[in-house]
Ligand binder design. Structure first.
Ligand code: SF4
Length: 318
């Protein structure tokens, strides 16, 4: 049996079922612990416990204070802002050693929430516009690292998007760990063309001229720019319309290879996907069946056909 190479993913500890929450409980997420654990090695962080808070503990909230935001324990009035900010800055730097390929954060938390965390004004009214203090440091330190909240992973499209980003980022980081030559960047870009097209045609079009500079521009600067665009493009969720566009594009390679009935069967499968009658895996499986006998060198490099482990079955629900 092939050994699965796991990728390192940072995670809010409570999502793994550890009882670290303010109320002494946890927020175990079954998809994370039962499905993703087969592919991910977890690097758990509970900022509140690590900064020195007890479990159970008084709940915390984010509160506006003029232009700044404070982390307050409202019952006691204790202010944790400075300690949490100092801890977060240091802790996110220590994560470099783990070579993370993604991060899953607990939504709504004043420490871990990425967005829409309750932020209280001076009238004690909350608006959902805050960012957890630890999450803020994390996003600042690793702007290209795929991050997502566990709540959003319930949505099949957002889930597929996050996993695609994680495995693409992993391939990219493994490339960057080597002495990257211009041809390596060209090959990487070529292999990801259809995947990029399914996510953002606009950014994909910007990336071509960038890759064309390989060999003349300073390589490190070029790689930084490419990485930024790559991860920005994939952040755009691939819509059925864009997938359909890519499927038709790929089907074009089979024009001379298929007989009339086979062609019609493939076009029907793509149309049924477009109409939302069948999942993406249906036309893709049929197409891959034909590509196996076509043996087309360029098609065989396309990551779009297999962007993450098939056992995750993510394309069966989008
Ligand atoms: S949300 Fe973050 S700080 Fe709160 S219990 Fe979970 S890991 Fe700890």
């Amino acid at each position: 049996m092939t050994q699965i190479q796991k990728v390192n993913i940072g995670i809010s500890t409570c999502l793994l079922g550890e009882k670290v929450r303010f109320d002494g409980g946890h927020k175990r997420n079954r998809f994370i612990t039962d499905v993703l654990s087969d592919h991910f090695s977890w690097v758990p962080v509970c900022p509140e416990v690590e900064v020195g808070m007890s479990t159970p503990r008084e709940s915390l909230r984010l509160a506006e204070d003029g232009e700044s935001v404070k982390m307050i324990a409202p019952k006691s009035g204790q202010d944790w802002t400075e300690r949490m900010e100092a801890y977060s800055e240091k802790r996110v730097q220590s994560l470099k050693a783990h070579q993370l390929r993604g991060y899953i954060l607990k939504k709504d938390s004043p420490s871990c929430g990425m967005e829409r965390v309750r932020l209280y004004n001076q009238h004690n009214m909350a608006e959902r516009k805050g960012i957890g203090l630890y999450a803020k440091s994390l996003m600042k330190a690793y702007p290209n690292l795929p991050m997502e909240e566990e709540g959003r992973l319930q949505d099949p499209r957002l889930r597929e998007n996050f996993i695609t980003r994680v495995f693409t980022y992993d391939r990219w980081c493994r490339l960057r760990d080597q002495d990257v030559q211009p041809k390596d960047l060209v090959n990487f870009h070529t292999a990801h063309k259809m995947l990029l097209l399914a996510h953002s045609e606009t950014i994909y079009r910007d990336m071509g001229p960038l890759v064309a500079q390989a060999g003349s521009a300073k390589m490190e600067t070029l790689l930084d720019q490419y990485e930024e665009k790559l991860m920005a493009a994939l952040k755009t969720v691939a819509s059925p319309k864009r997938h359909t566009n890519v499927l038709y594009h790929l089907a074009g390679f089979l024009k001379e290879h298929l007989n009339q009935d086979e062609k019609q069967e493939l076009l029907n499968a793509i149309e049924e996907y477009r109409q939302n009658w069948v999942p993406l895996i249906t036309p893709l499986t049929l197409m891959q069946h034909h590509f196996r006998s076509l043996k087309h060198a360029w098609i065989n490099t396309q990551v779009y056909l297999d962007p993450f482990p098939r056992s995750l079955a993510l394309r069966s629900s989008i």
